[in-house]
Design a protein. Structure first.
Length: 375
């Protein structure tokens, strides 16, 4: 479960400040006039900051895990004994074998339409034909005009391709010989084992549609894309912090902060938690985060990172370092400001706090002033 934290403002700002760095100042000052005198005598310890207009952003931090986008299961559509399998972590590209049955490869081709019929001369036109032809052309086998029609030129290209990979040159692509997936595939998990006999689900009637009563397709392996992403699991009461397309910041291992974006949100299996007389479940969602620009997520599978979700933004507000605030009693605060050699206490009302600064309003406080800080 994600650990989400936030710097709350408004009514909670005082509690935040006193619980944080200001607790030391409050203890020294005593929260009253005598404490103020002590603080004045201390002269702020020689540390100063500047009053300036800054853009502050309230950010919530969630813990994420480095993984890969686009997981899918590769199914066997042909029957036979498994004679070759890749290893988890292997990357399979266009035209390369995903696995082998009875010594013959089942190959990866790129496309959005899954294979659902045998492709040969005489089949009805369709987008699956067009994506087959695009793959043949990309592999160096000229299929003629790339369109939705399977022509004699397409069949000739298929025969040349089959000869090139050691298959019988029939000119047709039987259902189950290729898997159309979105791009290069990284093997994440094996579902089948070497030597296992699979009863696949291939077969089609004369129209090219799948026949009824076929055996179910058998999972062989699981894959993902090669694009590294960060997955963040959020509880039901945290879902409002994320939306698709939202810009975020990702803090990579080592502390580097890079820009990112929420790619998608998806429901995940509820996680069981202990409670009361038994166990209850809490619905959750997973946010998939991609790093944007020229930055890349390191190849540290399973490593944890922090994802910062921006919630509220205060643009160009008058602000001071958080440690410049001094508690003066109740939930009232002040700063010691200097300008032109003069030093005075100014009572301020804190606002949004973020990144070590806090928005403030106070009579006589202006940008450019120096304020005393705790460090």
């Amino acid at each position: 479960m994600a650990e989400v934290g936030t710097k709350r403002t408004a009514t909670a700002i005082a509690a935040l400040l006193v619980a944080g760095a200001l607790v030391v100042l409050f203890a020294v000052s005593g929260g009253g006039p005598q404490g103020d005198a002590a603080a004045a005598a201390a002269g702020g310890g020689g540390y100063t900051g500047t009053v300036a207009r800054r853009t502050l952003a309230e950010r919530l931090t969630a813990t994420g895990t480095i993984g890969y986008a686009g997981e899918t299961t590769v199914l066997a559509r042909l029957s036979g004994t498994v004679t070759a399998l890749p290893a988890p972590g292997d990357v399979v590209r266009r035209g390369e074998p995903l696995y082998a049955l009875a010594g013959e490869p089942v190959l990866l081709l790129y496309g959005a339409v899954p294979a659902y019929r045998t492709l040969a001369e005489g089949v009805a036109e369709g987008p699956d034909v067009e994506q087959l032809e695009r793959n043949l052309a990309a592999l160096g086998y000229e299929p003629g005009t790339v369109d939705e029609a399977f022509t004699s030129t397409t069949a000739a290209a298929v025969r040349a391709w089959q000869e090139g990979i050691g298959l019988e040159a029939t000119g047709e692509v039987e259902l189950g010989r290729v898997a159309f997936l979105s791009g290069p595939q990284r093997v994440t998990e094996l579902e089948a084992t070497l030597g296992e006999a699979l009863a696949g689900g291939a077969g089609a009637d004369e129209s090219g549609s799948e026949s009824e009563g076929e055996p179910a397709s058998i999972p062989v392996l699981r894959t993902s894309s090669t694009r590294r992403v960060v997955g963040v699991e959020l509880a039901a009461d945290q879902q409002s912090i994320a939306h698709r397309g939202q810009k975020v910041a990702v803090v990579l291992p080592g502390g580097t902060e890079v820009p990112g974006k929420v790619l998608r949100l998806a429901a995940v299996e509820p996680s069981a938690v202990e409670g009361g007389q038994g166990e209850e479940t809490k619905p959750a969602i997973e946010a998939t985060i991609a790093v944007t620009g020229k930055h890349r997520i390191p190849a540290l599978d399973g490593a944890t990172v922090n994802v910062l979700f921006t919630q509220r933004v205060a643009k160009q507000v008058l602000s001071v370092p958080l440690t410049a605030l001094i508690a003066i009693g109740g939930q009232r605060f002040a700063v010691y400001a200097g300008e032109g050699g003069a030093r005075r206490r100014i009572v301020v009302a804190p606002g949004l706090a973020a990144d070590g600064y806090v928005a403030v309003e106070g009579k006589g406080l202006r940008a450019g002033m120096t304020v005393e800080t705790a460090r």
